[in-house]
Design a protein around this ligand. Structure first.
Ligand code: ADP
Length: 582
């Protein structure tokens, strides 16, 4: 793709373009501020060459009042452009925030990598650079030639000195760029690795503490951190060296321009006033180059963040809005489905066929690692189908949008993760809480009485991740969340793993109700109780369907395989058949 094609299609550049009005006004204010920067030069010329010569105090008063007014105007122009920049930053956030959030989220679900938080940090970095003070250096830079032009007007030699120093500054900036691009990128990567490592371990703080793993983990983190510190020191060292060089060039320029001015005064080519004015002007002309040099690292960081965001938004385009989606009846079909974990190549599921009509309960069995949870994720569209078809009511899931399909699907993942908020908010999936629906879902999950025993009932906060609850309580709230809004399809991944007898009985009651109401339920479980209600059973082995069919047939085959004395046969590794309750 050509660079122009890339930019014309990019969402961020489009967002930046929609801020065109702000940029133009900022450029105009920058122009005003920069033109007014010439005022001190003119003022000095007036003082040295007119006031001091004529000794006219009235002229001094008038030019001083004028310069004060111009300074006030300059301050206003600078204040106005800063305010506009802040406003542009807020608008940029508003334009891109939601997109970056959903794209970052989609990436972490589909590819299993990158946290949505990183995307927001990237957006903040781009915004801070584009709307922070460093950007002014770039707005002021085009004015440097104009100041240099004025210097040429004062005397060609002064202009030539300015050009030489501008070239030296530019060469230093270029050298700095060449030498900092790579260290900056490695630094960002090392920082990311160190943070990701630390965050991952903090999440498992309890296990780390209980098993005394801190030392070993610290050792590994220290290695990552040392690498980061090393790169950081190298990058800092480079920046400081370049800044130091740039500074000394600036001082040399101030001294030499004065010397050249003095030479011209001695020669009688310019006045003393012009000498002083030229000195001030030259410093002013070269200041933006100096600022650009110091803003360079920020620019590189923002540029890298910009490209990361570009890539993120390009790889995860906005989903089409489908408003008139059909209502889901709950007929689910998998045809020759292959599926792979995000970011992996080896397929976990292969050639899986399944038909679950409305009102049916399908139980999925299989040993650990056989692909049961993967099947559950594929059924709810969390992981994509890499080959084959997933059909809801005979149509691919793309016939619905996330917003229209999500509420019609209930999913209870194996590790029930709740969010910081109240029980009611969690059950209501963080949409506006509909009390009647929340209570209906809780009752169906057999949770209502338990919730009422909490001090604040449904309004009890459960802490981030539901950490104030027990595993079983979390799972039951997760089940109520899956049942909320009467979804047509329920996919439950070991919903009874943490349940006691009361919870299990409640689950069975819920399954019975769901079947009667024509809902489709697919459940991964090892417990015998639910098998009694199953219409069909699917047995997975190494990601493939080992057995499938009506419950009694499959269970009979499992029983037979278990009794057959053939330990080397594939059936030997089938899950142990569960005794059916009477
Ligand atoms: P089950 O639920 O039957 O225990 P899973 O569906 O969780 O099995 O896992 C099936 C296989 O897929 C396992 O071999 C596991 O290593 C692999 N797997 C599961 N999740 C991921 C993942 N996020 N990335 C890569 N491989 C995965």
């Amino acid at each position: 793709m050509s660079i122009s094609g890339f930019f014309s299609r990019s969402e961020i550049t489009q967002a930046l373009r929609s801020l065109q009005r702000e940029w133009v006004v900022i450029a105009i204010f920058s122009m005003v501020a920069n033109l007014l920067m010439l005022a001190p030069t003119l003022y000095m010329l007036q003082i040295y060459d007119r006031v001091l010569v004529s000794r006219n105090e009235l002229t001094l008063l008038v030019v001083s009042l004028l310069i004060l007014f111009l300074f006030a105007a300059m301050a206003f122009a600078e204040w106005a452009r800063s305010r506009l920049l802040v406003r542009a930053g807020v608008r940029l956030d508003r334009l891109l925030g939601e997109r970056v959030f959903s794209a970052g989220f989609a990436r972490s679900v589909r590819e299993g990598g990158g946290s949505p938080g990183q995307s927001f940090t990237d957006l903040a970095e781009v915004r801070q650079f584009l709307t922070g003070p460093s950007i002014f250096a770039f707005f002021d830079l085009p004015w440097a030639p104009i100041y240099i032009g004025v210097l040429f007007l004062l005397h060609p030699l002064l202009g030539a000195v300015a050009v030489v120093f501008a070239l030296i500054q530019a060469a230093l900036a270029w050298l700095g760029h060449q030498r900092t691009v790579e260290p900056s990128e490695s630094l960002a990567k090392a920082q990311g690795r160190s943070h990701a490592y630390l965050n991952g371990k903090l999440r498992n703080a309890e296990a780390v503490e209980a098993m005394g793993m801190l030392q070993q983990l610290h050792h590994r983190w220290a290695l990552l951190q040392a690498r980061y510190a090393e790169l950081h020191a190298a990058a800092q060292g480079l920046t400081h060296r370049i800044t130091a060089w740039s500074k000394s060039v600036r001082y040399a320029q101030q001294a030499l321009s004065l010397a050249v001015g003095a030479l011209l005064v001695i020669d009688g080519q310019i006045s003393a006033g012009a000498m002083i004015a030229a000195n001030v002007l030259m410093t002013r002309a070269l200041a933006p180059i100096d600022q650009v040099v110091s803003a360079w690292r920020g620019f590189l960081g923002a540029r890298a963040a910009f490209f990361r965001l570009e890539q993120l938004l390009q790889e995860h385009p906005p989903l089409p809005k489908i408003s008139a989606a059909p209502r889901l009846q709950g007929d689910v079909q998998l045809r020759d489905v292959h599926a792979t974990a995000p970011g992996q190549v080896t397929p976990i599921l292969q050639q899986v066929d399944l038909h679950a009509p409305p009102g049916s309960l399908t139980v999925v069995l299989g040993p650990s690692g056989s692909g049961k949870s993967t099947l559950a994720r594929v059924l709810v569209g969390v992981w994509p189908v890499s080959q084959g078809e997933l059909l809801f009511d005979g149509q691919p899931p793309t016939a619905w949008s996330h917003e229209t399909l999500g509420p019609q699907v209930g999913y209870l993942p194996q590790d029930t993760v709740l969010f910081g908020g109240t029980i009611a908010e969690n059950i209501a999936r963080f949409a506006a809480v509909d009390s009647a629906k929340v209570i209906a879902a809780a009752q169906c999950a057999g949770l209502h009485e338990m919730v009422l025993r909490f001090p604040k009932g449904y309004d009890t906060p459960i802490g981030e991740g539901g950490r104030l609850l027990s595993g079983g309580q979390r799972q039951r709230i997760g089940l109520a969340r899956a049942l909320y809004g009467d979804p047509a399809l329920l996919v439950l991944d070991e919903p009874n793993a943490h349940l006691d007898d009361v919870g299990e009985a409640a689950l069975l009651g819920a399954m019975r109700q769901l079947k009667e109401r024509g809902k489709t339920v697919v459940m991964v479980t090892h417990r015998a109780g639910v098998l009694a209600l199953a219409d069909q059973v699917l047995v997975l082995q190494n990601g493939q369907v080992q057995l499938k069919g009506p419950r009694d047939e499959v269970l009979a085959q499992l029983q037979a395989a278990r009794q057959a004395p053939a330990p080397s046969s594939a059936a030997g590794s089938l899950p142990a058949p569960q005794p059916l309750p009477a």
